[in-house]
Design a protein around this ligand. Sequence first.
Ligand SMILES: [Zn+2]
Length: 493
Amino acid sequence: MAHVESLDAELQAAYEPVIGLEVHVELQTDSKVFCSCPTTFGAEPNTQVCPVCLGLPGALPVLNRRAVELALRAALALHCTIPPECKFDRKNYFYPDLPKGYQISQYDQPLGVNGWLEISVNGEVRRIGIRRVHMEEETAKSVHVAGGTHTLLDFNRAGVPLIEIVSEPDIRTPEEARAYLNELQSIMRYMEVSDCKMEEGSLRCDANISVRPRGTDVLGTLVEIKNMNSWRAVQKGLEYEIIRQTRLLSDGEPVVRETRHWDEGRGITRPARGKEEAHDYRYFPEPDLVPLALDPAWVAEVKATMPELPAERRARFVRDFGLPAYDAEVLCADPAVAGFFEATVALYPQPKQVSNWIMKDVLRLLNDAGLPLAATPLRPEHLAELCRLVDQGTINLTVARQVFEEVFANGRAPAEIVAEKGLAQISDESALLKVAREVVAGNPDAVKNYRSGKEKAMGFLVGQVMRATKGRANPELATALVKKALAEQQGQE
Ligand SMILES: [Zn+2]
């Protein structure tokens, strides 16, 4: 089939995509789910292993209590019902990354069921159902050697605790899928369940998608898409598949029930081969682990001690700080950023001003550096001090932003940088008037333009004063003094 770029409006109106997402999230425990091996990311391959996670004969799993607690917290945060008992099952399939020949997972009795989360797209709030949250273990990591004929295996990851979060097929567009993943990531970070780094594989997403004529309740033929390794890939993969399936249906051709892989390089999905096609996992109860009956008192305790949810924090930011909903959404996406905002406002109670600094400068610098906030030397005290220096007229906003970049890089106090580099604003009228006179004398064309009514020329002349003072002139004073110098010049003529 030819590569198709988009659907015309008529086809879009006639057909509706139905999307469900399966998200795997690695739990941030110190040790693995069924043994005491550490889970540190990036260690030398095959150094964090033992007979249990290597699947050696006779080794017995012991359930990690902390993993259950984090999984429970995730399920509760997603408003799931917690059944009185859940159990573990063996999911059997053969693949080199699975040392035991089966994966310990949960099949018919998951930890949590019937939850939901809310997303907001273009101002419309929609509730997306969560069918189930279950626990399982990671497989080993396969490393395909570039240009080689073999694959390497790293068992450090085997046995790292995971939860799988399965949504109901309530999602209708790629934008909603994106919003769902953003909210899910946010919730998991707030709950300190997972760092949810897609690039390190601690959050992975597969999609189930079908297309049907609009107005029916009948589901179309389901296609599973795998191998979407970034936010962008999820969006692009879904967009492609919606177009492909809609075209098939409108041409009267059947959609084949299958698993397809997103091919990033070619920008298409293609049928998967191998293990993805084998769906008979022959699940049966794990005989080495007893069913898990969660003590209701413990469930209640975990629920009572859960941190605030992102939706609650957003509402609070709008209510208590008077922020626009958009600011609250941007600031609250990452709990560390939201915490930084609150700590800064406690020191400098101008919420909108602080929000502007974070949304414009902090997030841009973090993005450029590819770092989380905690990995930078930036502290709330720095931003509060910088805002005060601007308010006091010590530096102007342009200089403040330069200073901020330096604070961000090395964590020095803003006032110290301003003093050391002589960046304090020049508010000395006689010194600035001298510069203004020079600028007026040295730019006869701009002066002529200004006198003939071109207001823009004033901006140019003030800009020259800023330039001559390396951006340190007080802008209002500079404008007044350029006007004064112009008047003087006219008086002399
Ligand atoms: Zn182990």
